[in-house]
Design a protein around this ligand. Structure first.
Ligand code: PEP
Length: 249
C-alpha cells in the first residue's frame, strides 16, 4: 500500500495571526509521519505558511490558480506567482468553486494544465451531487469529469497530479460517505483513468477521499484498498484533529 497524502483545505478561514498559530501548533504534531502532509491555505496566508514550514515535512498549497501568466484578470493569481513564493500544490476545481464561481470541466483543465506547466502539483477535485447519485448518474458524472477535465493531460503530467474524489453531498455537511461508498467510487474513477492512461499509471495515481473526513472516521476510510489519502476541510482547522488524521494510517 502507498503512503497517504493528507491535505488540509482551510477554505476562507484563518487570518495571518491565526494561520501562524495553527501552523506552529501543527509542525511538531505531524513531524514523524511517513505520509505526505499538505496545507492548502488562503492566498493571504501563503507567505506565512511557506516561511513557517521551511525545513519541516509540511508542504504548502494554494486553493486555486488562473491559467494565464499575467493580464487583465482581476482577482486571479497566476501559477508562477505561487511557485515564486515556494508553494508546491494547488487545489483545482473544488466543488465550491464549481458551484459558486462557475468552474467547469473546461476551466478545470485549463487551470490544471497551467499549474503543471509552472511546476505546481494540482489536487484536482471531482465528485457527484446527491441528486446525481440518487438518480443513478454518479458514474456518468465522474466519467465526464475525468474525460473532460483531463482531456489534454499527458501521462507524464498525470504523475504529478493528485485527484480528490469529493462527493458534494459530503462536503461540509457532516455526512461522510461510508468506507465502501468512498472506496467503490474511487475504484470506478481509477478504472476510468486506466482506460486512458493504462493500469500501471492508474494504480500509481493518488486518489484521495474528501467530504467530512475527521479524526473519528479517517482510520476506516484510509484503510480501504483504493483510498490514497484525504482532502480535509473543517477538521484541518484544528491542529490536533488534523494531526490525528495524518497519523490514522
Ligand atoms: C473540502 O473542503 O474539500 C472538504 C472535504 O471539506 P469538509 O472536510 O469540511 O467536508
Amino acid at each position: 500500500m502507498k503512503n497517504k497524502i493528507i491535505a488540509g483545505n482551510w477554505k476562507m478561514n484563518k487570518n495571518r495571526i491565526e494561520a501562524e498559530q495553527l501552523v506552529t501548533e501543527l509542525i511538531p504534531l505531524v513531524k514523524d509521519t511517513k505520509n505526505t502532509v499538505i496545507i492548502c491555505v488562503p492566498f493571504t496566508d501563503l507567505c506565512t505558511a511557506v516561511k513557517l514550514t521551511k525545513g519541516t515535512n509540511i508542504h504548502v498549497g494554494a486553493q486555486n490558480c488562473h491559467w494565464k501568466e499575467s493580464g487583465a484578470f482581476t482577482g486571479e493569481i497566476a501559477p508562477s506567482m505561487l511557485t515564486e513564493l515556494g508553494v508546491e500544490y494547488v487545489v483545482i476545481g473544488h466543488s465550491e468553486r464549481r458551484t459558486y464561481f462557475g468552474e467547469t470541466d473546461q476551466t478545470v483543465l485549463l487551470r490544471t494544465k497551467a499549474a503543471l506547466a509552472a511546476g505546481l502539483k494540482p489536487i484536482v477535485c471531482i465528485g457527484e451531487t446527491l441528486d446525481e447519485r440518487n438518480s443513478g448518474n454518479m458514474e456518468n458524472v465522474l466519467r465526464r469529469q475525468v474525460v473532460e477535465g483531463f482531456k489534454d493531460i499527458t501521462a507524464e503530467e498525470l504523475a504529478n497530479v493528485v485527484v480528490a474524489y469529493e462527493p458534494v453531498w459530503a462536503i461540509g455537511t457532516g455526512v461522510t460517505a461510508t468506507d465502501e461508498q468512498a472506496n467503490d467510487a474511487i475504484k470506478f474513477v481509477r478504472s476510468v483513468f486506466a482506460e486512458k492512461y493504462g493500469k500501471k499509471a492508474a494504480n500509481a495515481l493518488y486518489i484521495q477521499y474528501g467530504g467530512s473526513m475527521n479524526d473519528g472516521n479517517a482510520k476506516g476510510l484510509l484503510a480501504m484498498s483504493d483510498i490514497d489519502g484525504g482532502l480535509i476541510g473543517g477538521a484541518s482547522l484544528v491542529a490536533t484533529k488534523f494531526a490525528t488524521i495524518v497519523h490514522s494510517k
